[in-house]
Design a protein around this ligand. Structure first.
Ligand SMILES: Cc1cc2nc3c(=O)[nH]c(=O)nc-3n(C[C@H](O)[C@H](O)[C@H](O)COP(=O)(O)OP(=O)(O)OC[C@H]3O[C@@H](n4cnc5c(N)ncnc54)[C@H](O)[C@@H]3O)c2cc1C
Ligand SMILES: *[C@@H]1O[C@H](CO)[C@@H](O)[C@H](O)[C@H]1NC(C)=O
Ligand SMILES: *[C@@H]1O[C@H](CO)[C@@H](O)[C@H](O)[C@H]1NC(C)=O
Ligand SMILES: *[C@@H]1O[C@H](CO)[C@@H](O)[C@H](O)[C@H]1NC(C)=O
Length: 507
């Protein structure tokens, strides 16, 4: 490793050991930076990647599960290089972006299984509409409208609109889309900004192998020396711009990081990777001085949605072997425009939170486990309920929709990303009326801002994390790339200023 001449070791602190923080640390270390410390609030690294083994030896993912896309996806690349991809055939595709296969059983409220051909027809039509939005082919009249209103209007004009069953399946597709987008309702979600998100070519639902996403994290963790990562170290406050006020003090660090436990770290650069949800709650007290207006505005305006999973473990499988998922089609669901509008004024939706559950999917390597999906305010509400209660509700739904003999579950486990004080939700979405690129770029801008005077030390506080990627927000590869991006900013900074004798700063 190269030594840094003249200025000594730049001290770099990374707040958060999610995949963005770990990627940043690994990049810096491999480029010769030796004073790198990662502070993680929780008792484990990984953040929204959380591989667990609650039901025996095989893994359950409480957070990220899939690798979205292959071509140009660094996470896919990494998984391939290290032999961490799932065996062929476990990835699923019918109509992207929805994770639905022909083997999904759709039931309506009278307990009738809907004909797969009809379901497929509607789901494919829905996907076609979504692809138009992703490919920036929407009519300009939808630019400032919600995704929900675009979808409704197109559906109403289609041949499918005459069928009541098709309409209900279409409503189900809208509910399912809320999972991909982590929003409470598609009526709160911008249609005209969706194209900024870039879906990478290749299977959208590539799975990781039996080691789960943890195996990918381990690749980064192995590259860090002991002592670099400190868990159970919540950061309370980041004081920046210090060198301006104490310029007489030679070598003073521009940033000081205060931990909850009283420890203080001086730093030249701090990379903040806390989720947008955490920043929405805590940024006003976390930074001294407070963040510039543009940044506060970005944090406030971008959306951070809730997605929760409900795992139900049964003694044995009660569904047919070929069944890939049990999907619930309501007569009148929460995604219906009328229901949504009328629910805005009161709290009645809380009693019907379970209507937001899309359905229950089979889980890889767990023949007796189902995974339910729920989003938005209903997911937030559910996270506050007891697991026993949630399990009872799920079983009641399964019994009444399928008409099958459904035993009581042995165990119920739900993810609680919204309740987690260091995460506060699942991932970023673009609310109606928000200029995604403007806000995400503002969020990613390092401090002090360039417009500031030139005396300030540059790159004091940098921002990484899923929310700061304009094309790949919401994903693990997006998060990863932002960590590398911020590490590169620092690497570049020193290589510009301090060319080593052989013309290379580090290797
Ligand atoms: C249910 C769910 C399913 C998902 N499924 C997929 C999927 O299938 N595929 C996919 O690509 N993506 C998926 N994602 C999204 C993916 O998990 C995230 O985009 C990615 O993991 C985010 O990484 P990050 O480093 O940006 O943030 P995080 O993982 O949130 O890391 C930030 C870290 O900062 C820590 N932190 C926060 N505040 C402080 C503080 N004050 N002091 C110290 N540390 C702090 C947190 O504890 C956390 O560990 C899913 C997410 C969820 C919740
Ligand atoms: C980083 O720098 C600080 C301050 O100079 C020092 O106390 C600390 O030991 C260094 N850490 C490493 C890992 O070199
Ligand atoms: C369920 O589907 C069957 C068959 O299409 C239909 O006759 C019935 O009315 C549907 N029930 C509901 C509640 O949609
Ligand atoms: C973040 O802010 C919220 C709301 O002000 C507060 O309740 C919470 O304790 C803060 N979280 C942390 C980890 O400091």
């Amino acid at each position: 490793m190269a030594t840094l001449p003249v200025l000594g070791e730049p001290r770099i602190v990374i707040v958060g050991a999610g995949i963005s923080g770990l990627a940043a640390a690994a990049s810096l270390v491999s480029n010769g930076f030796r004073n790198v410390t990662v502070l993680e609030a929780m008792d484990r690294p990984g953040g929204r990647i959380h591989t667990t083994k609650p039901f025996g030896t095989n893994v359950i993912e409480l957070g990220a599960n899939w690798i979205h896309g292959q071509e140009g996806n660094p996470i896919y690349q990494l998984a391939m290089e290290h032999g961490l991809l799932a065996e062929e055939g476990t990835s699923i595709t019918m109509c992207v972006p929805s994770s639905i296969t022909r083997q999904d059983y759709f039931f309506n409220q009278s307990g009738t299984q809907l004909p797969p051909e009809q379901v497929e027809q509607v789901c494919c039509y829905f996907s076609k509409l979504m692809s138009k939005a992703f490919d920036q082919e929407l009519d300009v009249k939808y630019d400032l409208r919600s995704l929900g209103s675009y979808l409704d209007e197109e559906f109403k004009a289609s041949d499918l609109a005459s069928s009541e069953d098709a309409r209900k399946v279409f409503e189900w597709c809208k509910r399912s889309e809320c999972t991909d987008e982590a929003c409470s309702s598609l009526y709160e979600f911008s249609a005209g900004q969706l194209w900024l998100y870039t879906a990478l070519e290749g299977g959208f639902f590539n799975s990781v192998g039996s080691g789960g996403y943890q195996a990918l994290l381990d690749v980064f963790l192995k590259s860090l020396s002991p002592g670099v990562l400190l868990c159970n170290k919540p950061v309370k406050c980041i004081q920046w711009g210090l060198s301006e006020t104490s310029s007489s003090f030679q070598g003073a660090c521009p940033v000081r990081v205060l931990c909850e436990d009283g420890q203080q770290l001086e730093a030249d650069h701090v990379i903040v990777t806390a989720s947008l949800g955490y920043l929405q709650d805590n940024s006003s007290t976390m930074f001294k001085p407070v963040l510039p207006e543009e940044k506060m505005r970005a944090i406030e305006r971008l959306g951070f949605g809730v997605v929760s999973k409900i795992f139900l473990e049964f003694e044995k499988r009660f569904w047919p072997q070929d069944c890939a998922g049990i999907q619930l089609v309501w007569e009148e669901g929460p995604e219906d425009r009328k229901v949504y509008k009328s629910s805005l004024g009161d709290e009645g939706w809380k009693d019907k939170w379970y209507k937001k559950i899309c359905g229950f999917d089979m889980v890889a390597r767990h023949p007796n486990v189902l995974c339910g999906w729920i989003t938005g305010r209903e997911a937030e509400h559910m996270e506050g309920l007891q697991e026993k209660t949630v399990g009872e509700v799920c079983v009641r739904l399964l019994r009444s929709f399928t008409g099958w003999e459904v035993p009581d579950p042995l165990r119920v486990l739900m993810s609680q990303w919204r309740q987690n004080p260091y995460v506060r939700g699942a991932y970023t979405y673009i609310p109606l009326g928000v200029d995604a690129m403007r806000e995400q770029e503002a969020l990613a801008e390092p401090l002090p801002l360039e417009s500031c005077d030139s005396i300030s030390k540059p790159l004091q506080v940098l921002f990484a994390g899923e929310a700061t990627h304009v094309q790949f927000y919401t994903t693990t590869h997006g998060a990863y790339l932002t960590g590398v991006r911020e590490a590169q900013r620092i690497i570049q900074h020193y290589s510009d200023r301090l060319p080593s004798p052989n013309g290379e700063r580090a290797s």
